[in-house]
Design a protein around this ligand. Structure first.
Ligand SMILES: [Zn+2]
Length: 554
């Protein structure tokens, strides 16, 4: 028995040894001189295999020389994971870059629950659900920088939300979207018009933030002041499928830089190549390749700006791998004899992604399918393939992560397109391999070698020049209301259970703090609280700035 106890205590010691305190204020492992501007670019779910195929595709089609924009700046790899799993979901992976703490599936910039059996980092159960300050929030609050987000999915999707909102569940758009609006971003470009509410429109108007919906002309004309420009009800089309009414990721990146660079204190911009990940989930090779190339052009614009401007850092890093994409697969026996034409000839004739092609076919009668598929892919489909297409279940957008289930038309189209190429996929989900790291810093203070996702956060904190580190900022702006208003009378009005209101009363003074906004009402007068008030239903807690109690101090 004694032996067992000794063994157990040794095991505990041993495991604690590996689980070092992860949420900390440490600087990066080498000196990093701060720069005025920082551009973080995330090609979502982009495994290195996609990058390699994209480069060959670019060469084969004479689309811009032998090299990608990232090539000269590839400097290392990043181990990216969830707090309790080696393969990460998008929400916790970018949240780790943004906050410096690994998190669980679904978590948006929030402290994870403890999962003793599976945790890969030390998790303190007393901090469960604690919203964690992000690099974007610190850039704005502490450094007075302008902030911007550019994506091609609906704006409250995981990666942009990770920068600018807090929730334990990425799917709760109704509580994430208002946080992003009330974050008073200088620039937000992406999809998601259907998610804008009347209250949000009112806030745009109160704060003099220009809001444009599906309006490319106003987007082009806008040169000064805060701007939200959105396209499409939810996500924007793939680059290969878009028309001239939809801007490219490169155009949006350049416009964002133009606007943000007018701030004398500099800016923090996050640009996401959002849908490389979606194409990888769908096993759509031409989608992966062309979506990455669209992202690479945006990287070129960011690097051109950085080099010209002289005080800007650019970091490019995917949030995780996806799909095990390869050029070459099991049925390519003479792999070493396959020419570039054999490998890239057919895919280069695909003028639409499976999603784009499906959109066309869904509006047509089946007798047109053969001709249309020939037109957009140069493929002569067989009769079996035709009947498989006709029998596909109707497409549902929320199924994009499950395209490999073989039920909707895109998955049939993917099968047809992949059969004529030699690209391999081992999965329709995320994968755990390290991702590539690309960095440009004017003095060469770049992160190198293998980095963890947490180290990338420490690097970003250094290069933004945060003297007050994120854990300290968290303690200032996300404090439990029970601590902030200790000794005062408070209650939570849950008439609208999704948007509760914290009410504090003392004598004739009343403070009302609505959830997921950055404003409060003190004796009915609007007060800007400087950061978003986060409400967590799990522990019935508001997380708000500690200094709010000062309203009652005089
Ligand atoms: Zn992702």
């Amino acid at each position: 028995m004694k032996k067992i106890i000794l063994l157990l205590s040794l095991l505990v010691l041993y495991s604690n040894f590996f689980l070092a305190q992860t949420y900390n204020s440490k600087p990066y492992r080498k000196q990093v001189r701060p720069t005025k501007n920082v551009i973080l670019m995330i090609p979502d779910g982009t495994s290195i295999g996609v990058v390699s195929a994209a480069r060959w595709y670019q060469i084969f089609n004479n689309l811009g020389g032998e090299n990608l924009a990232i090539d000269a700046y590839i400097c290392g790899t990043v181990k990216t994971f969830s707090s309790n799993a080696p393969i990460g979901d998008s929400a916790p992976t970018t949240s780790a870059y943004m906050t410096g703490m690994a998190q669980q599936t679904g978590n948006v910039a929030i402290y994870p629950l403890k999962d003793s059996e599976n945790d890969l980092v030390e998790v303190d159960s007393s901090m469960s659900y604690q919203p964690l300050a992000t690099i974007l929030e610190a850039s704005r609050i502490e450094k007075n920088k302008a902030t911007g987000l550019v994506v091609t999915v609906e704006f409250p999707h995981a990666t942009p939300a990770d920068c600018s909102a807090h929730h334990y569940s990425r799917g709760r758009y109704n509580q994430i979207a208002p946080q992003m609006v009330y974050q008073d971003l200088d620039v937000m470009f992406g999809g998601g018009i259907s998610l804008i509410t009347d209250d949000m429109k009112q806030h745009f108007s109160d704060k003099n933030i220009a809001y444009y919906a599906d309006d490319i002309n106003s987007f082009h004309k806008h040169t000064n002041g805060k701007i939200w420009a959105l396209w499409c009800d939810r996500h924007m089309p793939y680059d290969l499928d878009r028309d001239t009414q939809i801007p490219s990721l490169q155009e949006m990146t350049e416009k964002a830089i133009d606007i943000l660079s007018k701030n004398e204190n500099g800016f923090f911009l996050m640009v996401e190549g959002s849908k490389v990940d979606w194409a990888a989930h769908a096993n759509d090779a031409v989608g992966c390749i062309t979506e990455y190339l669209a992202f690479d052009k945006a990287v070129k614009s960011a690097l051109d700006f950085a080099q010209k401007e002289g005080n800007t850092t650019v970091i490019v890093v995917p949030d995780h791998g996806n799909s095990g994409f390869t050029t070459g697969r099991r049925d390519l026996r003479s792999y070493d004899k396959a020419s570039i034409t054999q490998l890239f000839g057919n895919i280069s004739k695909y003028k639409k992604t499976s999603e784009g092609l499906e959109k066309i076919l869904l509006k047509e009668s089946p007798d047109k399918f053969k001709t249309l598929i020939k037109e957009y892919t140069d493929i002569d489909i067989t009769d079996d393939e035709l009947s498989a297409l006709i029998n596909s279940e109707n497409y549902k957008p929320e199924n994009y992560m499950k395209v490999s289930d073989g039920k909707n038309m895109t998955s049939k189209l993917v099968e047809i397109m992949n059969k004529r190429t030699y690209f391999g996929f081992t999965s329709g989900g995320h994968t755990a391999e390290e991702v590539f790291l690309v960095a440009y810093h004017p003095q060469g203070d770049i992160p190198i070698g293998m980095n963890t996702n947490i180290e990338i956060n420490h690097y970003l904190s250094d290069v933004i020049g945060l003297e007050k580190r994120l854990p300290e900022l968290t303690k200032e702006i996300f404090v439990k209301h029970t601590e902030v208003f200790k000794g005062l009378t408070y209650s939570i009005n849950k008439t609208n259970s999704d948007f509760p209101i914290l009410i504090i009363k003392q004598g004739k003074k009343t403070l009302e703090i609505p959830a997921f906004k950055s404003i409060a009402y003190f004796n009915k007068k609007v007060v800007d609280i400087g950061s978003v008030a986060v409400y967590i239903d799990k522990n019935d807690m508001f997380y708000i700035p500690a200094k709010m109690v000062e309203l009652f101090n005089n």
